[in-house]
Design a protein. Structure first.
Lengths: 299, 120
């Protein structure tokens, strides 16, 4: 029980830092109190329900986004013991939980009965078809090396050599796909501030918008933590204690994700699908094949 | 912890999250309600009502990818158990899955040649 609370607090702290980082990369101003101010402001604002909504979809979407990020985070270890639940199917469970991001965004798109939101929601469905294979296929290659779906054992399998060296191709694919999954720029097609006025976020206001944004930030932290567990050796590292290594690596991955998108223009949905399928999936299959050979050849 | 307890914990986490959100909603509600004003609840459409209804059928222009995606998604369900026992089974596993993936990859190439991999 204490572990669960500690982990939730750490996730909240990580989310907070990512919110600060994102504001920093976006506006160039480093304000530690920024997220608190924004949160209180959103709490105090009116929360409007658009006319003729699909009320169930509209209400469920923000909660589901937060929930899918939290459930995925539940199987990600920070140290060998600091994990909410070490499921025997951990690596598969992360995929299962993260698919609900799509469901949440589709609901947020359909629910309010607004044109911009609807376009954002359907766009994200196309985006899922592009990135989904690039999440699951690299994880398969990670599992092949670890011989287990347990996330703790996946980290243990990287004791001699981190997976980022062992299968760099898989890491690159996973990293890009994770950015697309978290709809970070340049893959922010469903929200697209400039062209869709916020897209799936457009009709949310006040406290519902706060939950939606909290879910999105938690999703970024969760994905960074998953990337660390699968590719960057989790808690392993010299001198510092395990939890410190996990924290440093997760924040570093978050910062890289946030910075990487800043210099790029938004990708068109058709281009994203095209490149993911003609380049990404063949590369992911090649990665599985190469790792298959390496696992058999190396002791 | 037994498997059942683990899933119980996850259910508890989910319920806790819903409770947290409902608590925040209650707090926001306690701070005040939205004032009812005409036109305030119109979905954003650039300052006017949308001319066409929104809940209609759309042309999903990525349907070619979507059909291929179904095949690949099913294949991934087979890949996970295979990946776990891969090292034990050795070369046999590599060949088995190699043939399967080769067929699938040929399917992808065929789909590409037939124009499935573009915006329709």
């Amino acid at each position: 029980m204490t572990t669960v609370l500690v982990l939730l607090l750490l996730l909240a702290a990580g989310t907070y830092l990512v919110a600060v980082l994102e504001a920093w990369t976006a506006s160039g101003r480093f304000r530690l109190a920024g997220p608190v101010v924004a949160g209180i402001a959103l709490l105090g604002r009116e929360f409007i329900v658009p006319r003729k909504p699909d009320r169930i979809f509209f209400e469920v979407a923000p909660v589901l986004l937060l929930l899918s990020a939290l459930l995925a985070a539940a199987v990600v270890p920070l140290t060998p013991d600091l994990i909410i639940t070490d499921l025997a199917t951990g690596a598969l469970f992360i995929n299962a939980a993260l698919v609900y991001v799509l469901v949440a965004l589709l609901m947020a798109g359909w629910g309010p009965n607004g044109a911009y939101a609807m376009i954002g929601g359907w766009r994200f469905l196309g985006q899922l078809i592009a990135y989904a294979m690039l999440i699951v296929m690299p994880i398969t290659a990670v599992v092949m090396r670890a011989e287990s779906l347990l996330t703790t054992r996946i980290v243990a399998s990287q004791a001699g050599l981190w997976n980022i060296v062992y299968q760099p191709l898989g890491f690159m694919l996973f990293f890009v796909a994770a950015m697309a999954l978290a709809f970070l720029p340049p893959f922010d097609l469903p929200t697209a501030k400039a062209e869709l006025a916020g897209g799936v976020e457009a009709e949310y206001s006040g406290v519902r918008l706060a939950i939606f944004r909290l879910g999105r930030l938690a999703l970024i932290v969760t994905l960074a933590a998953a990337a660390v567990v699968f590719y960057l050796g989790g808690w392993q590292g010299p001198w510092l204690p395990p939890w410190a290594w996990s924290a440093i690596k997760i924040l570093a991955v978050c910062a890289t994700m946030l910075l990487a998108g800043r210099a790029m223009p938004r990708v068109r949905d058709a281009d994203l699908l095209h490149w993911c399928w003609i380049l990404g999936i063949p590369l992911a299959l090649l990665n599985i094949f190469l790792v298959g050979l390496l696992v058999l050849v190396l002791p | 912890m037994s498997t059942l307890e683990q899933y119980g914990l996850l259910v508890g986490l989910a319920m806790g999250t819903v409770g947290f959100v409902l608590g925040l909603y209650a707090l926001a509600r306690g701070l005040g309600k939205a004032r009812q004003e005409p036109g305030k609840d119109v979905p954003a459409t650039g300052g006017q009502m949308s001319r066409e209804p929104v809940w209609v059928r759309y042309h999903a222009r990525y349907y070619g990818y979507a059909l291929l995606f179904l095949a690949f998604d099913m294949e991934m369900a087979f890949m996970y158990p295979w990946a776990v026992v891969y090292k034990q089974e050795g070369v046999v596993a590599l060949l088995d899955m190699g043939v399967f993936l080769a067929v699938l990859f040929l399917g992808l190439l065929y789909g590409w040649s037939q124009g499935a991999l573009r915006r329709q």
